[in-house]
Design a protein around this ligand. Sequence first.
Ligand SMILES: Cc1ncc(COP(=O)(O)O)c(C=O)c1O
Length: 436
Amino acid sequence: MKIETEAERADTLSALLSGRFPDERGRYGPFGGRYVPETLIPAHERLERGVRRWLADREFCAELERELHDWVGRPTALSPAPHLSRRWAARVWLKREDLAHTGAHKINNAIGQALLARRLGARRIVAETGAGQHGVASAAACARVGLPCTVYMGELDMERQAPNVGRMKLLGAKVVPVTSGDRTLRAAIDEALRDWVGDPNGTYYLLGSAVGGHPYPYLVRELQSVIGREARAQIQEKAGGLPDAVFACVGGGSNAIGLFHPFLGDESVEIIGVEAGGRSAGLGDNAASLVSGRPGVLHGSYSYLLQNEDGQIQETHSISAGLDYPGVGPEHSLLRALGRVRYVSASDAEALEAVKECCECEGILPALESAHALAAAKLWAAEHPAGKILIGLSGRGDKDMPTLAQTLLAPGAETAPSASGKWRAPGLSAAKARST
Ligand SMILES: Cc1ncc(COP(=O)(O)O)c(C=O)c1O
């Protein structure tokens, strides 16, 4: 499928809005699909049948809704941000996924898939994690539904997200360090897939973002869309109408697609996904697949990737472990091609500055991932006076204390932004060096 002319773009957007993606081949226009090892095809097909059956089952949906309400703590709040609003000369609203059980949006997907795995007769769960939030959410959800859980985590991420490793263990999960490859999320996904290949019938792979072979991007989007449905209703009720712009950070893309999806048909709403700009725009220095990448195949689907001229996937860098991934979900690639969502990046330094500003102004410590969305929203606000802005605060920053200790809290770090307005953190180069 080509999306080159304006007419093709308009047709594809209307197909998207009428719910025709993913199509029967699991594609979102030219993106998506199912590029997985032969041994995993039956497991994906079984999962696809399960998704079709159980997501339409009234009893299953009622159970999921009960768990989201009673255990996860939904609906999460939509908080006005009066002090950021004053500083930015805007009207800022924060969708508080940091207040969900376990501290991030990842739990919406984890509990949904854990309930599904039980219906599908799984005996054990494997999961991967980058920032540890999906690992913690999976461990908690597995404890809740009574299934054993193994989480693969890159060695480097175990270091920079140390608080989450202990949480996973306390919640009963086995945490397996991954020492191969880039020792971050990409290598962890490779290992989880390898584990799944060993027992595709008894093991359920609880994938943590809107990536992977069909039907995972669809399944994760459906489970995360609760964020956007709630936010859309809340902002209309509390702020008297739709926002002018919606922002979310994009790693694999699950919190973003969940927030964006219910707004896609609202023409007046500008939608902006924010990737990790890292330390520079150079290949290897960031994790901005949609901003700087080209389409290719990774982890089961065709989507934008950071690769060199020979198609070799590149190592990435971001101060936030959860955004440190060379690929992105296929639906985001389609949204980029259609121009319905604009994708930008925020640098490590901008994200740190946003953490500091959000803490000081609103009394909220955001995750480093979420801080990328705050940073881009601030820039947008400068060009759109009095604009009404909805920002997805995907998680809380407690997990980032090891990185923050080396940067914002490092001895000698300034206690106020520099004259240029940019945070100058002496430990930033150390934190970056550790994550390369
Ligand atoms: C708090 C938080 N936000 C965002 C992300 C990025 O993931 P995704 O793009 O799937 O929402 C992560 C990943 O671990 C995370 O922990």
